[in-house]
Design a protein around this ligand. Structure first.
Ligand code: FES
Length: 146
């Protein structure tokens, strides 16, 4: 019963939300449920970056044995930035610092299945913030302040 209602609500949201040509289905589904949102304390790597559009993205990383065990994002930006932050956090899970270097704006766009041209900068903001959070972790690690 509750599952039927959830499915009805989901279908209704899909019908009401604007049809944005260029968004992949993965991105569209994530818009309805931008998982991994929410700041957490005691992160090992953190960054806050403001994009050219004026929106801000934050990424929080927690490592265990040099692999990401927890990742999260926060943003004050558009729905698209929440989708991109959510994918950036998801793609970080389980990765080593070296592997994390591959999680760029282009990779986030691929994972989303695409985005309209005027929203693609949101993915680059998420990718840049993730890389800055990694740099923050690397600086702490090499300086011994972690
Ligand atoms: Fe600024 Fe999406 S419009 S991050």
């Amino acid at each position: 019963m509750a599952e039927d209602l959830n499915e009805d609500v989901k279908n209704l949201q899909k019908a009401i939300l604007p049809k944005n040509d260029g968004y992949g289905m993965a991105a569209f589904d994530r818009m309805l449920n931008p998982i991994y949102r929410g700041a957490f304390s005691n992160s090992d790597g953190y960054a806050r970056v403001t994009g050219p559009c004026g929106d801000t993205m934050e990424i929080f990383l927690k490592f265990d044995n040099d692999r990401i065990e927890r990742a999260a994002f926060e943003t004050d930006g558009c729905g698209s930035s929440a989708v991109c932050g959510s994918f950036a956090a998801e793609m970080a899970f389980g990765k080593t610092p070296d592997e994390l270097l591959d999680v760029t704006g282009d990779r986030i766009l691929e994972k989303m299945g695409g985005a309209p041209e005027n929203e693609q900068h949101c993915a680059f903001l998420a990718g840049e913030t993730l890389q800055e959070a990694l740099s923050n972790y690397m600086i702490k690690t090499t300086s011994g302040s972690k």
